[in-house]
Design a protein around this ligand. Sequence first.
Ligand code: NAP
Length: 290
Amino acid sequence: MILLDGKKTSFEIKEEIAEEVTKLIARGGKKPHLAAVLVGNNGASITYVNAKVKDCEEVGFDSSLIKLSETISEKELLEEVEKLNSDDAIDGFIVQLPLPKHIDEQKVIMAIDPTKDVDGFHPQNLGKMALNLPTFLPATPMGIMDLLDRYNIETGGKHCVVVGRSHIVGLPASILMGRNSYPGNATVTLTHSRTSNLKEILQTADIIIAALGKPDFITADMVKDGVVIIDVGTTRVVDKSKKSGYKLKGDVDFAGVSKKASYITPVPGGVGPMTRVSLLKNTLITARTK
Ligand code: NAP
């Protein structure tokens, strides 16, 4: 079994990005600038956004963090998005999800200028992705593709089962795995909570991308020998031995499944770091076009 080390791989990609930034500046270009909008006090969102700002510093990007109150109205948030759309100093920005319940997330995503949508969530960018046109790929699916690529994992002709159909992970990952490219050219089955025979389907999978958010859901009896496992799940479960009081759990029972897998991502240290570095890759793309 080979561990798909997202931490190590993302570090290598960050070094490559930092070198590109140095070259960009040497050519008279400006530092790429990523902005992040954080609404409210969701603990996980604060952690993610702070990590994104730290990543920017590490590769030589400028970053801005726009903190807004939990009680901000949808109209006011849309005005903030508009300001970022028209600010030439900002190459790309993200609005950290989830948003408070009184705000329509889709409306906010639709308001982001697609050329600055480094999360790749705007329908225009998702459409281009589906058509295999150059665009920003959503960060987590892009991180998964990079991990498969860097480990030279064969995907063509393989049966890839994606568990979960969210707009940010499962659905785009299934499209990317089915595209006529590498990684891709897989025969894809997209499954969800209404799939009736999930275990039988999983038992035929060469590659499993698990993104459902249910700790240890996929167990050894559900997979075949030699399977490639990409575990996207990151659920916080109570762990009093940790300073934070919790640990992150994947959707796959690592102890059991790793005995049968040819490749497997750990949680943490697998898909998470790759997601973070994908955002930097997208920001570099926007900065290069300026
Ligand atoms: P989500 O929006 O909650 O979607 C979950 C999906 O799983 C839904 O499509 C749901 O089906 C499906 N599902 C739920 N129970 C199922 C079951 N018993 N069998 C089959 N499918 C089932 O989740 P998400 O935002 O994609 O996140 C999924 C997990 O990935 C979470 O743990 C999240 O924290 C993690 N995540 C990690 C990263 C990272 O960088 N590592 C990034 C994003 C998300 P329905 O559509 O039928 O409801």
